[in-house]
Write a protein of this length. Structure first.
Length: 171
């Protein structure tokens, strides 16, 4: 019986304690995430091999107009250190010549303090996969920003060079 009384007393004391764990309180986040989406318009110029194919077989110039849509996520720390981003871009080239040349690229990289984006990632197109390197500068702030980007996609001995402008709005 003594054992039962001791067990009852010590368990009652344990259940009467305040169970708030100071370590489980919500902490302030060290990073913030912002999503942007927007339209893109620009040109793409292909290198020798594909340029010959376009000019001879399809009777089309080697510089084509691109239109597309971009989705971007920016992860930025609460302090003023560089930001990271990941973005995906769907583009269609050649519509002005009756061609439908789809392209997709996904990039990740860093954004410097003066809004200069430097990105790298895979580039998928109808002529194969490539590695794309891009630099983008965004103007404006708040609800609407205007990015201007230049990118080069490298595939073995071939490359394509694109220049894109557009707008972005946060979601």
């Amino acid at each position: 019986m003594k054992t039962f009384i001791y067990l009852f007393i010590f368990s009652s004391i344990a259940f009467c304690q305040n169970n708030i764990n100071r370590n489980t309180l919500p902490k302030e986040s060290l990073v913030e995430k912002t999503r942007y989406t927007g339209y893109r318009l620009g040109t793409i110029t292909y290198s020798k091999l594909f340029r010959d194919f376009l000019e001879n077989d399809w009777d089309s110039p080697s510089t084509l107009v691109q239109v597309g849509w971009e989705t971007k996520s920016i992860i930025h720390p609460t302090d003023n250190s560089p930001k990271a981003f990941t973005k995906s871009m769907w583009l269609i080239a050649g519509l002005e010549h009756g061609l439908f040349l789809p392209q997709f690229n996904w990039q990740m990289g860093l954004i410097t303090k003066n809004n200069l984006e430097i990105g790298i990632g895979p580039y998928l197109t109808f002529i194969g996969t490539a590695l794309i390197l891009s630099v983008e500068n965004r103007k404006g702030s708040g609800v609407l920003t205007y990015p201007v980007s230049i990118g080069i996609a490298i595939q073995k001995n071939e490359f394509s060079l694109s220049l894109l402008v557009g707008f972005e709005t946060p979601n």
